[in-house]
Design a protein around this ligand. Sequence first.
Ligand code: NI
Length: 178
Amino acid sequence: MIQEVYQRAMKFAGEKHYEQKVPGTNANYLLHIANVAMEVLVAHAAENNFDLEFALQVAILHDTMEDTATTYNELEMNFGTEVADAVSALTKNNSLTTKREKILDSLERINLLGKETGIVKLADRITNLQAPPAHWDNEKRKNYLEEAKLILEKLNGKNEYLERRLKEQINLYQQYIK
Ligand code: NI
């Protein structure tokens, strides 16, 4: 049952991210995770053409490898190879130097997998394009917006509903750029 799949992944993510905050706030990181999962649920209700159970697990686990000590093997053991591969593609390769290289490399790996992984990336960026943390300067905001446009371009065709939503968020984010 999808409710059980959701709860199992949330329990794992909750334990892994337990001491992590949403940057610039006192909120626990699960706030970000719950918002990404919500975007995936709403997108599936709008456009029922992807595997919700799979996408939901990837959404909930998407930052575990990047932000916590979680390993590929641990994800594979608990959630299967497909989920581990998807989370892996959503994780930056830190042996690359620039931010742009890292995002392009991740998007390339995302595009080798089923559309669900790209859907989670769209949902992640939509969630992250709320008002930026106060400590971000104009340059950082500008780069973040440019990166969002790149994500939209490279993940073209994954899910029309989320692409439209990301476009709207990109337009709204212009107000934070000087
Ligand atoms: Ni994220």
